[in-house]
Design a protein around this ligand. Structure first.
Ligand SMILES: O=C(O)CCC(=O)C(=O)O
Ligand SMILES: [Fe+2]
Length: 314
């Protein structure tokens, strides 16, 4: 049984405010209760969703040497290839049995932010596969639009102007991350051997899965719930930055990935906001005592990523 709510986003596109509000309330309930939900009727064409898995397969099939040329270790901006066992989402547990490839908001080499070395404003690595870059950027753009729409729902639910988040979503920090989990036959593998137990860092994550089981979500009561593949739907979850911004109204929930029996692919889109946007709980919850100091999105995210990669530093 699937215990996480499946929410149709059709109502969010309605010209009728009551309908938008009703969908927003469903989203809000899920964000307060468990911080995870599925979205259906999301508006991203099925071909685009399927196409991104083809891109991922093509990429991970490249020779190791070619993937290493695009290593994340060569990017100061969190882009590129993460090899098997190179990352620990839960540093106490051990290495994750997965490989990954990150694409950030695409900037040209001569963009002023890139030239001055602004954090998270870097160039992407592109594999030498025809049509790959265009396909990946197409999927990226679709996810960004969907993320903006979901934020309209959050604003309505939170009693804010419907476009509260939109000025902060002009050119947000965002990462499209393709993931491949190799098959695992080791019966003694950790429960979270695919991806260590963690919370996501940003505002929301929009995740496409391929039908091979693996993702699990920890409920507030401490039980691990399976988050099975739901055809045509994305799994969405709240990240730490939005939890902070909402003064803990919305929950960023721990989750993990078991090492799968069969090869598993997933594609995550991590959406934060614009790097200089100030994340201040007083703006979202003006009547509550703020639990957190204001911080820019960029500073917040940099702190979290540095902690994840801590074990790498000499
Ligand atoms: O692969 C998955 O299903 C989830 C991955 C995940 O949680 C992450 O990369 O943050
Ligand atoms: Fe995650």
């Amino acid at each position: 049984m699937n215990e996480l709510p499946v929410i149709s986003l059709q109502g969010l596109r309605s010209p009728d405010l009551d309908e938008r509000q009703a969908t927003a309330a469903e989203l809000g309930r899920a964000c307060r209760d468990i911080g995870f939900f599925y979205v259906s009727d999301h508006g991203i064409p099925a071909e685009v969703c399927e196409g991104v898995f083809d891109l991922a397969r093509q990429l991970f099939q490249l020779p190791a040497e070619q993937k290493q040329q695009m290593s994340i270790k060569r990017s100061p901006h969190n882009r590129g290839y993460v090899a098997l066992a190179d990352e620990r989402l839960n540093p106490q547990a051990g290495a994750d049995r997965k490989e990954a490839f990150n694409i950030g908001t695409d900037f040209p080499e001569d963009h002023p932010d890139v030239l001055v070395g602004k954090p998270f404003r870097g160039v992407n690595f592109w594999p030498p596969i025809e049509g790959w870059r265009a396909g990946a950027l197409d999927y990226f753009a679709e996810c960004l639009e969907l993320g903006r729409l979901i934020h309209r729902g959050f604003s309505l639910d939170l009693g804010l102007p419907e476009d509260f988040f939109q000025p902060h979503l002009k050119q947000p920090i965002a990462t499209l991350r393709m993931l491949r989990y190799p098959p695992c036959t080791d019966a003694n593998a950790r429960e979270d051997a695919g991806a260590g137990t963690h919370t996501d860092y940003g505002n929301i994550t929009i995740l496409a899965t391929d039908g091979v089981a693996g993702l699990q979500v920890r409920s507030r009561q401490g039980q691990w719930l399976d988050a099975p593949h739901v055809p045509g739907a994305f799994v969405c979850n709240i990240g730490d930055c939005l939890m902070r911004w909402t003064n803990d109204t919305y929950l960023s929930t721990p989750h993990r990935v078991k090492a799968p029996e069969r090869e598993r692919y997933s594609v995550a889109f991590f959406l934060e906001v614009d790097p200089d946007a100030v994340v201040d709980p007083r703006d979202v919850k003006p009547n509550e005592a703020p639990k957190y100091e204001p911080i820019t999105c960029s500073d917040y995210l940099a702190g979290r990523l540095n902690a994840t990669y801590e074990h790498r530093k000499g």
